[in-house]
Design a protein around this ligand. Structure first.
Ligand SMILES: [Zn+2]
Length: 283
């Protein structure tokens, strides 16, 4: 079990990505993937682009810390969650080495392709990928590289010691949940529900309550963030829900709210689909 002294994991490698970007009192742990193969490649890229995570976990479970846990790191960008915006101010960022989604080749293996569709990097086999739809509805039935057991065990240990050390931490959130429409990581291969029991305060973090109010009395809950997506269910006027997060679209490279929100039913945490925010009134 790792330990924390002076806001750093004892015995973890430290590779400095601290930008002196202000202090942090963490309320959440935000999880990401590198969209890369090697952690060293990711760290040199992060140095160049001036982004950073508090912790990066390699495929073999090796833990590298890059920013002390009481300092802000630039990992989330434009983001919102349960009424908070700018999750860099509220969360510890943990990133797992993972290739994102991969292509299936005719010989049954999987991997990355270059812009000419030629394979690059090593190949993956069937058990290393998960065919799944993304929660945001936008990318259906892609093959996502699975996280390794060593990596998920290391992630669990880091989460455990963080929750013990920083009592303000309430929940585990994905970059794809707080920057919907902008970011697909950590994607459907990340097993969120395995880790929720570590976050004993998460049940008290439902967020604000909203009431459904439409002119015809019905509100469509959709699979993705537009009226083109499949209808999952209908709510009726007076139903109460919580807004988990608001989605984004880009206008001239600037992310703006797209008017669609991920909701959960009153008193619960789980995403049930997307609705147009204009039909919700704060209680
Ligand atoms: Zn991310």
């Amino acid at each position: 079990m790792p330990q924390i002294t002076n806001h750093k994991l004892v015995n973890a490698t430290y590779s400095d990505l601290d930008r002196n970007d202000g202090n942090l009192t963490p309320n959440y742990i935000a999880v990401h993937y590198t969209a890369g193969i090697s952690v060293s490649g990711s760290i040199s890229h992060l140095k160049k682009v001036k982004f950073g995570y508090h912790v990066i976990i390699d495929r073999n479970g090796t833990i590298t810390q890059c920013v002390p846990f009481n300092k802000r790191a630039r990992h989330a960008g434009v983001s919102n969650w349960k009424g908070l915006s700018g999750l860099n101010d509220h969360s510890i960022g943990i990133c797992l080495a993972n290739r994102w989604y991969v292509t299936r080749f005719s010989n049954g293996s999987y991997g990355w392709v270059d812009t000419h569709n030629n394979p690059i990097g090593s190949f993956l086999i069937e058990v290393q990928v998960l065919k799944a739809e993304h929660i945001n509805g936008a990318e259906s039935n892609l093959y996502w590289e699975k996280y390794t057991t060593a990596q998920l065990n290391a992630f669990r240990e880091v989460c455990q010691v963080l929750v013990q050390t920083y009592s303000g931490i309430k929940d585990l959130i994905g970059h794809d949940e707080i920057s919907m429409g902008r970011k697909p990581d950590p994607g459907p291969a990340f097993p969120f529900t395995d880790f929720y029991p570590l976050f004993t305060n998460r049940g008290n973090d439902n967020g604000n309550t909203f009431t459904v109010q439409t002119t015809d009395g019905k509100l469509n809950v959709r699979k993705g963030m537009s009226g083109n997506f499949k209808l999952l269910r209908q709510l009726v006027n007076g139903n109460k829900v919580h807004i988990r997060s608001e989605g984004y679209m880009y206008e001239e490279n600037i992310p703006k709210p797209n008017g669609w929100v991920s909701i959960s039913l009153e008193g619960t945490m789980d995403h049930i689909g997307f609705v147009n925010k204009s039909f919700l009134r704060v209680v």
